[in-house]
Ligand binder design. Structure first.
Ligand SMILES: [Ca+2]
Ligand SMILES: [Ca+2]
Length: 162
């Protein structure tokens, strides 16, 4: 009974989160084993594209993780299409974040679309999870929800029982 109720609630929330339209500067991680990691894709002009790994380092990864709602601490940069090659445009190259920017698009880099890269050089990150705000993290990605639906429903059930 409770299970059915919460399943519907989370499906509705995921429909909202899964909205395919993206806004300028939005980020997503693709091809990782969880929502914490993956090839970096950035939204420019309503399209998702990748970032070249030239000058891609911990400072850049920290900004990406922060923008995605994860801690800056423990952010790791990966190069050479570590989580697989993307398709479509390569939007940024020579990214030089200081690490304190709130959004990746605030970091100095080459102009949008200007690069000398291949998708074999797609940049990626690995973020660390905060140990608090569990519910927010559940909503971070519907991929996580679909993988862990049973556990989430159980968590919601237990939460209500508190
Ligand atoms: Ca850099
Ligand atoms: Ca370059």
């Amino acid at each position: 009974m409770h299970t059915h109720k919460y399943t519907n609630i989370y499906y509705i929330l995921c429909l909202v989160v899964d909205n395919p339209d993206c806004a300028y500067g939005d980020l997503r991680l693709v091809g990782g084993a969880s929502d914490l990691e993956g090839r970096l894709e950035v939204c420019i002009g309503g399209r998702w594209g990748t970032v070249c790994d030239d000058q891609w380092d911990t400072f850049d990864a920290a900004v990406v993780c922060s923008q995605l709602g994860f801690p800056r601490e423990g952010a790791t940069a990966r190069t050479g299409a570590f989580f697989g090659q993307g398709t479509g445009p390569i939007f940024f190259d020579e990214t030089r974040c200081s690490g304190n920017e709130s959004k990746l698009v605030d970091c100095p880099s080459s102009a949008v679309g200007v690069h000398n890269c291949l998708h074999a050089e797609d940049a990626a990150v690995i973020c660390q999870r905060k140990t608090t705000h569990l519910l927010l993290i559940f909503l971070q990605t519907c991929e996580f929800f679909h993988t862990h639906k049973k556990e989430i429903v159980q968590f919601a059930y237990n939460y209500e029982s508190l």
